[in-house]
Design a protein around this ligand. Structure first.
Ligand code: AMP
Length: 187
């Protein structure tokens, strides 16, 4: 199964990935994790991406696309059960690039899970998380970037008939059940 997780920062995508991996055997690609690893390793790529991450802006297209291309190539070869993307695509250009890439390798998406959580809850969660880029100013900017650049993907994937909305509030277990129902319907 080939899945994209879509939702605002703090909507709970990362929290649910383990349960999805355990049930469906998909491999996961999280661009935020990949970028943080590059920063931690002090690579050239990490050095380029860090100022954007610190400011809550999107890292440059070429950096992120390169990481996705590499990740997907490896995954397509090593995991027949498919993949799940967390934090990618984050704008229309990335979504279109992903479409092109997946069409080329003959592995189109099966579902885009959209985590629906209201704004106040998101801010509360992000402030409680304590990651380096979770200070108030960066959070505000990340949400602005989400609204402006990522939220239009809800329409984009709705038009393609791929979007399934999941209510992202309640206990982790409740949310997990809703996700399972949505994924089982396309599995
Ligand atoms: P995340 O862990 O998904 O919240 O990502 C943390 C930060 O990494 C974001 O605020 C961006 O600066 C950067 N980032 C992650 N994924 C992407 C992406 N697909 N495109 C551009 N920047 C990204």
């Amino acid at each position: 199964m080939r899945i994209v997780l879509l939702g605002a920062p703090g909507s709970g995508k990362g929290t649910q990935t383990d349960a999805i991996i355990a049930r469906y055997g998909v491999a996961t690609v999280a661009t935020g994790d990949l970028l943080r690893a590059e920063v931690a390793a002090g690579t050239e790529l990490g050095r380029r991406a860090k100022p954007y991450m610190d400011a809550g802006e999107l890292a440059p297209f070429d950096i992120v696309l390169g990481m996705i291309e590499n990740g997907l190539k490896t995954l397509a070869q090593t995991n027949p059960k498919g993949f799940m993307m967390d934090g990618f695509p984050r704008d229309l250009a990335q979504a279109e690039a992903l479409d092109g890439l997946l069409t080329r390798i003959g592995q189109p998406l099966d579902i885009v899970l959209f985590f629906e959580v209201d704004y106040e809850e998101i801010v509360k969660r992000l402030l409680g998380r304590g990651r380096a880029d979770d200070n108030e100013e960066t959070i505000r900017n990340r949400l602005r970037v989400y609204e402006e650049k990522t939220a239009p993907l809800i329409d984009y994937y709705t038009r393609k008939g791929l979007l399934r909305q999941v209510k992202g509030t309640g206990s982790i277990e409740e949310i997990s059940q809703r996700i399972q129902a949505a994924l089982d319907a396309v599995a």
